[in-house]
Design a protein around this ligand. Sequence first.
Ligand code: FAD
Length: 386
Amino acid sequence: MIFTEEHDALRKTVSDFVDKELDPHVDEWEKAGRAPLHDIFKKMGNLGLLGISKPVEYGGMGLDYSYQLAFAEEIGRAFGGSVPMAIGVQTDMCTPALARFGNDALKREFLEPSLAGDLVGCIGVSEPGAGSDVAGLKTHAKSDGDDYIINGSKMWITNATQADWVCLLANTGDGPVHANKSLIMVPMNTKGITVSDPIDKIGMRASDTGQIFFDDVRVPKSNCIGEENKGFIYQMMQFQEERMFAAASGLKSMERCIELTIDYTRERQIFGESLLNNQSVYFKMAELQTEVEALRALTWSACDQHIAGQDATKLASMAKLKLGRLWRQLSDECLQYWGGMGFTWDNPLSRAYRDTRILSIAGGADEVMMSIIAKYMDIMPDRKPR
Ligand SMILES: Cc1cc2nc3c(=O)[nH]c(=O)nc-3n(C[C@H](O)[C@H](O)[C@H](O)COP(=O)(O)OP(=O)(O)OC[C@H]3O[C@@H](n4cnc5c(N)ncnc54)[C@H](O)[C@@H]3O)c2cc1C
């Protein structure tokens, strides 16, 4: 991957945004249990940061995906994973399929204002009974003339309590489970939608996660993205951007934890010298930095394939798997050197320790990533089709 001056300029804009608009408020948002997404997204929309690799006709910058991953690395620097995750939902989880397969009217109604930061989106895939097993979801959109009538519920939805619309994966047909689903754009103020109170989580405290209920929700069939019953395939494609974004957004964040730990252990005197002077400590910092560089190489390799129009699923899944494992290991091992300070609630390392637990669960658990990788290695046993 060759980076240009434009990549550097973009990185600087994003990094300044993190320093000025996110970091000073993160503690307050963590305590409140939510971040003001409409305010944050509007500021980002004004800078063009919500549509870096989205089409110019709808207000995007039309740049290739390497710029989006440079953005992800920088936005991930924020002190706390909640807001970068909310932003990632908007840029890389609920809009890629709309931008790629949506018709012009849908893009005018939902994509354009979302890139401008006027609307907040969310992605509705998981359900109480279907998380890892996406194909097993039960929410259905029944045909009724020119409309769908939607019934069911979606669980664990990031941005749910603030979202203006949901990109919903629902059953629309009677065919096999991989060919009976559609992605449907549903405004959240449609009659019949209710949202739970935010779910109380161990980490990502400033992210509002909720359950969405659909009770005879009527939307026009023209809100279907692309072809009806191709939603499962579109969602699997959309997951690749989600996974690359997640991996990239962890890189600088992990490096920030290493830097903080180096600074702390250099200052902290134990047995008459800096804690950092112990070989076990500086070797650990060197080893963790090496691991981060290895993940960076893997993530950018996936990006290369994606930009070349090749199938990046295997490398993106590997990057997501490695992200979850490494981030959890790194936050735990760095926290150790902070002693009791690392065990206090407001310590940046303890926040990282809590926030990163989710990375091996959400967006496809580690085992789901390994299943995908094993399929690509052609070593998965055959299972009967459902
Ligand atoms: C904070 C948070 C935010 C989220 N945001 C969103 C969102 O915005 N939109 C959305 O649609 N979803 C979202 N999710 C849902 C998330 O994607 C699911 O939690 C995840 O896919 C796992 O599903 P599950 O919780 O139902 O666990 P289950 O599917 O019940 O899996 C439980 C565990 O089983 C194990 N497992 C799974 N498959 C296998 C296997 N083949 N072999 C062995 N073990 C296996 C894994 O360890 C897994 O953690 C979010 C979740 C959380 C917690």
